[in-house]
Design a protein around this ligand. Structure first.
Ligand code: SF4
Ligand code: SF4
Length: 300
């Protein structure tokens, strides 16, 4: 989806602000014992955090590393059997109107610390855990879609049709920590893969990113890890690289941070055609044509 700086509910504008967000003293990257131990983060499962404090999960997306391959989306879809037409983490093609800078922006649920979706749900089918994850129990959802209207990040989707993977068809009991079976007439979204975190693993999208563009970890421990086993201080990463959050002015307090796409490590997205305005109601979604296996061109 190609998005200009003023569209997508000001996401691009927020992305371009590149606001320095001080979260602690800058520090050199640290190495953790589990570095190089594969894609899992075993220490996550073995402790309750420093000084017994609860975990505070955060995600950092380095836009300089993202090459728009959408492996994160595919991994999420496979992990949760996400119904067709939904993308719980969606990769947008962005373009800065002022500079013409093009880049990709993966957008999961922001796991807001002050989540407007939670406030409007009349049956508490969505709620925030102590570790900050905004859960979604679709077995309790009555399909009112208030949460979809309340979410400023367009991070929620609705099952209009009967999903292929229902509890009846798969024989699996519904578990909100996995969200691998689905119900017609309910709302769904990214949940940061709490079942994998419990096993000491990275969320599916984080582990699948071949560029190591997505970091995940515990803010209390001040450490985030990517798929390459690179573990760095969260505070240093966000402070030194001018990390920012989307639509911060709304007060939603997202737990997903972005690092600006400076000195990108991949070729820029193709130039936008001269006379190709993007209709707001029917945006075009593109994938890079040079990726092996990628389907180039527009996707409805
Ligand atoms: S991004 Fe949307 S769905 Fe996710 S917690 Fe925030 S308001 Fe709720
Ligand atoms: S998998 Fe990584 S590189 Fe690919 S689109 Fe997602 S964040 Fe970007």
């Amino acid at each position: 989806m190609r998005v200009s700086r003023r569209s997508f509910l000001k996401l691009a504008a927020a992305a371009g602000m590149v606001a320095a967000w001080a979260v602690g003293e800058p520090a050199a990257p640290v190495r953790r014992p589990w570095v190089g131990a594969g894609r899992g983060v075993p220490a996550l499962a073995r402790s309750t955090g420093q000084a017994g404090r609860p975990r505070r999960w955060v995600m950092v997306v380095d836009l300089a590393k993202c090459d728009g391959c959408q492996e994160c989306t595919r991994a999420c879809t496979a992990m949760h059997r996400v119904p067709p037409g939904q993308e719980w983490i969606r990769v947008y093609e962005m373009r800065d109107e002022a500079t013409g800078l093009a880049y990709w922006l993966p957008r999961p649920c922001m796991q807001c610390d002050n989540p407007p979706c939670v406030k409007v749900c009349p049956v508490s089918a969505t709620w925030k855990r102590d570790d900050g994850i905004v859960m979604q129990d679709t077995s309790r959802c009555i399909g009112c879609r208030y949460c979809i209207a309340a979410c400023p990040y367009q991070a929620r989707a609705f099952n209009w049709l009967e999903p292929a993977a229902t509890p009846e068809r798969t024989g699996e009991a519904y578990d909100p920590e996995w969200n691998r079976v689905h119900f017609k007439g309910t709302t769904e979204k990214c949940i940061f893969c709490p079942a994998l975190i419990k096993e000491g693993k990275l969320p599916a999208c984080v582990a699948a990113c071949p560029m190591g563009a997505i970091y995940f970890g515990d803010r209390e421990e001040d450490a985030v890890t990517n798929s390459q086993g690179e573990t760095v201080r969260f505070s240093a990463l966000v402070t030194e690289q001018a990390g920012y959050r989307l639509l911060e002015e709304l007060g939603t307090e997202p737990r997903v941070y972005y690092l600006p796409p400076r000195q990108r490590l991949y070729p820029a997205p193709p130039a936008e055609p001269a006379a190709a305005p993007v209709p707001a109601a029917a945006p075009r979604r593109t994938v890079p044509p040079d990726r092996p296996g990628a389907v180039g061109g527009a996707v409805p």
